[in-house]
Write a protein that binds this ligand. Structure first.
Ligand code: NCD
Length: 420
């Protein structure tokens, strides 16, 4: 009889290259590939497409005084139900994360409630204690608002230059929300698009790139046009909503589709797909607001839409329809974000993090009433999607067939943490 050598054995896993193998996991890490071992638990993957767990490097988990929109529990259950096993939270909380004490409190809140891996970014404001937060475990800096957002004014270019210099000295990654805003109080989605135009976004991306010291780690959040992708001197993130939705899909004053950067017109959306190969990361910018908050006149509605649970399912539908390759989805949702953040990657080789999501063959449609986000709505209602049946975090099955089985919170600090 074979000795018990693994916690978990994934049998008949097809890698993106088509090779089938058994993957043995111990202590949350892949130990053997292709070797027949006995394990405490075995999952037969032969009828699934097995993806490494996604790393969503742009989410707003809310919580604290905003827990009616979302909290760490509902937000991370939504994550795993969509095949995301590690989330990177943005610091525009109320109050914002600008001090080591606030960062530590945020880590505690997440540690008590999250069901998967998590990291927390540091807020970038002139009076923020960047060094203190870096040492307290911040994963990255930002999103840095180089434009006004739902939560306040953007930074001017000189402040941004000075903050970049400080972040570069620390060896940190700066993540930036770059836009130009030239109109206020739009009444419709088309006016919102014109008030934060695509050309302005591309110009802002170019300007921000010029401010960064040579060799600095720079990442552009949620670029919404092909011109912005071309203008970026740094890694490029794009959201599912800018790829799959245009404002023409909605009634002109539909507040649910209001988001920054705005949804663009159909031609711009299609042109963004032409840059698919140049996109480093797909991230959701999961930014839930309650239906009550969105049920106001367009001009005063908050910007932001939920998307963590539908991100990989929408992309998997595009894979099944033959529009994009499975490997490109793995790279943009898991491997590239891990590389940019300096995290060990999830995957199929010895030493890889044992985070996976198992997708069935069938396409289904998004039904917001079945999603796990607290906000209870989705702009992707009715879209084709493939949801994972089972999700594994750190070698442990945490989610199966719509039910959470176990919570596996794990704090992932940034590189500055080691200095303490
Ligand atoms: C973000 C949010 O709600 O936190 N909203 C959004 O439309 N992306 C903040 C922001 O980026 O404006």
């Amino acid at each position: 009889m074979l000795p018990v050598t693994a916690d978990l054995l994934l049998r008949n896993v097809a890698s993106p290259t088509g090779r089938r193998a058994d993957i043995a996991v111990t202590g949350g890490v892949v130990r053997h590939v292709g070797a027949a071992v006995r394990a405490d638990e075995t999952i037969d993957c032969s009828r699934f497409t097995c993806l490494p767990g996604a790393v969503d490097m742009h989410v707003h988990m809310r919580g604290g005084v905003q827990a009616d929109k979302e909290d760490w529990r509902s937000g991370t259950v939504s994550a795993v139900a969509g095949g995301v096993t590690l989330v990177v939270d943005q610091p525009n909380t109320v109050p914002p994360i600008t001090t080591p004490d606030r960062l530590r409190a945020r880590i505690r809140e997440a540690g008590e409630q999250a069901v998967c891996g998590f990291a927390i970014n540091a807020g970038v404001l002139p009076d923020a204690d960047l060094t203190g937060m870096w040492k307290a475990g911040a994963m990255a800096f930002g999103e840095t608002f180089a434009a006004p957002s739902s939560y306040g004014e953007g930074l001017d270019l000189e402040s941004l230059r000075a903050l970049f210099a400080r972040i570069h000295t620390l060896g940190g990654l700066a993540t930036v929300h770059a836009e130009e805003v030239c109109g206020t109080a739009p009444e419709t989605l088309a006016e919102h698009d014109r008030a934060r135009p695509g050309e302005g976004e591309a110009r802002a991306v170019g300007r921000v790139g010029e401010l960064a010291p040579v060799g600095m780690r720079l990442h552009f959040c949620h670029l919404s046009t092909a011109a912005s992708v071309r203008a970026a001197r740094g890694s490029v993130e794009v959201t599912p909503h800018h790829l799959f939705l245009s404002y023409e899909d909605f009634d002109p004053d539909n507040t649910l589709a209001r988001v920054n950067p705005p949804l663009r017109d159909e031609a711009t959306r299609r042109a963004l797909w032409s840059c698919w190969d140049a996109i480093d990361v797909i991230a959701s910018d999961h930014a839930p607001h309650t239906l009550a908050e969105k049920s106001v006149p367009f001009r005063s509605a908050p910007s932001g839409i939920p998307g963590i649970e539908t991100m990989v399912p929408l992309l998997m539908a595009a894979v099944y329809r033959g529009r994009i390759s499975l490997l490109s989805v793995i790279e943009k949702t898991s491997w590239r974000p891990s590389e940019i953040l300096g995290l060990p990657r999830a995957g199929f080789e010895p030493g890889d993090r044992a985070d996976y999501a198992l997708y069935p063959d069938e396409l289904t449609r998004i039904d917001a009433s079945r999603l796990h986000t607290k906000c209870g709505w989705s702009p992707f209602e009715g879209s084709e999607a493939v949801f994972p049946e089972e999700v594994i975090v750190g070698g442990v099955r945490v989610y199966a067939h719509g039910d959470l089985l176990e919570a596996r919170p794990r704090f992932c600090p940034g590189k500055g943490y080691l200095l303490q």
